[in-house]
Design a protein around this ligand. Structure first.
Ligand SMILES: NC(=O)c1ccc[n+]([C@@H]2O[C@H](COP(=O)([O-])OP(=O)(O)OC[C@H]3O[C@@H](n4cnc5c(N)ncnc54)[C@H](O)[C@@H]3O)[C@@H](O)[C@H]2O)c1
Length: 340
């Protein structure tokens, strides 16, 4: 049986950390990415360089520059390596950009994900993990956000594509019997993070004395989730494919559990923090004060995200717990080193 694990989006923030851990733990890893220019390509290339350096010792890593939309190339890769486990992290990310350029989301997140599902079907992949997002909770006001809540009201095209992925995965799992696990990530941060997300934007603004826009006049909160916690949970999920839930409650149409091998889990810190508290913590760590401009809410933005971790805790016995204080310390240390 093939021992290959295939990770899409390997030059991205989460994909890079996952591949690094998998290579170190001696999995055989195939990484694919189209290295698009949504944000600084240098950061993506640097991440890939690090993966190649680890590989000098392990020889367990292969990178292929491929777009998920290119089905023929994907089929060749699946044919050649026959991965038993696939982790789909490649996507057009970002809520705000989805208002400007929805086409990128339809291509990568809908067509690209469909191609992954087809390859999993044809090559009888045993376990598919795929990235969803806390943004599927849209305008929900019941907190914390639970996988059992209705998520039928996305407020951005990005969220709509992620919810669509969950529906597509469910039908493929039901029709073709392979295990699928969807992961609703909550604001992941840490070293090698994404320049389009709040932690990087804020750190850059504070250090370089740029004006920092505080949306919704600061009345927002996030379950900031440290990258190491995310990776630990992803590795556990790789080793524990979804199975049908014998206690499945058919009266609850939103149930996170399922009669087929498809499950959806939140991965988010259990402590949601206000935007201004977050900025204050960055200021303290950097020893600098932010220049703040208080502005209204942006279209598409969710106001508060808080993760209910009951289901992931029940399934693998843990959930993201790293304190924001500790995580910010590690993140800022990396940020200063990387950007000199
Ligand atoms: N980081 C977070 O807080 C967060 C939160 C919710 C959901 N997610 C989801 O988790 C996944 C990983 O997020 P990330 O933060 O690492 O994002 P990222 O943008 O850093 O990584 C995604 C990678 O996928 C690649 N990619 C995009 N479209 C592609 C395509 N069509 N073909 C091949 N490669 C393609 C990009 O070049 C990029 O390197 C994404 O699906 C994202 O939507 C992330």
């Amino acid at each position: 049986m093939s021992k290959y694990v295939l990770v899409t989006g390997c030059a991205g923030f989460i994909g890079f950390h996952l591949c690094r851990k998998l290579i170190e733990e001696e999995y055989k890893v195939i990484g694919i990415d189209n290295i698009n220019s949504y944000y600084d390509k240098k950061l993506k290339k640097k991440r890939l360089e690090i993966l190649s350096q680890i590989n000098l010792n392990t020889k367990n890593w292969k990178f292929l520059k491929i777009d998920l939309v290119d089905k023929d190339s994907l089929l060749e890769i699946f044919q050649k390596y026959k991965p038993q486990t696939v982790i789909n992290l490649a996507a057009q990310a970002g809520v705000r950009y989805s208002i400007k350029n929805p086409t990128a989301y339809i291509n990568s997140n809908i067509l690209g994900f469909y191609n992954i599902l087809e390859c999993c079907k044809i090559f009888k992949v045993k376990n598919l993990l795929y990235a969803s997002s806390s943004s599927v909770y849209g305008g929900n006001t019941k907190i914390p956000f639970s996988e059992n809540d209705s998520v039928n009201h996305p407020i951005s095209i990005y969220a709509a594509t992620k919810k669509s992925n969950e529906l597509m995965a469910h039908s493929y799992s039901h029709l073709y019997g392979f295990a699928c696990t969807g992961i609703r990530f909550f604001t992941v941060y840490g070293p090698w993070g994404r320049p389009d997300m709040a932690p990087m934007i804020f750190a850059d603004a504070i250090i370089n004395k740029k004006t920092l826009k505080i949306f919704n006049y600061g009345n927002m909160s996030r379950s900031f989730t440290f990258i190491d916690d995310v990776i630990e949970i992803l590795i556990s999920l790789i080793n524990k494919p979804a199975v049908p839930d014998e206690n499945f409650d058919s009266r609850n149409p939103n149930s996170a559990t399922s009669w087929c091998s498809h499950r959806i889990f939140n991965i988010g810190n259990d402590n949601s923090v206000g935007l201004l508290t977050f900025v204050n913590m960055l200021e303290e760590e950097l020893g600098l004060e932010a220049i703040k401009d208080f502005v209204s809410l942006q279209r598409g933005d969710v106001v508060n995200t808080i993760s209910d971790n009951t289901n992931i805790n029940k399934w693998i016995g843990t959930y993201p717990k790293t304190s924001l204080k500790k995580g910010i310390k590690i993140f800022i240390k990396w940020y200063k080193d990387y950007y000199n």
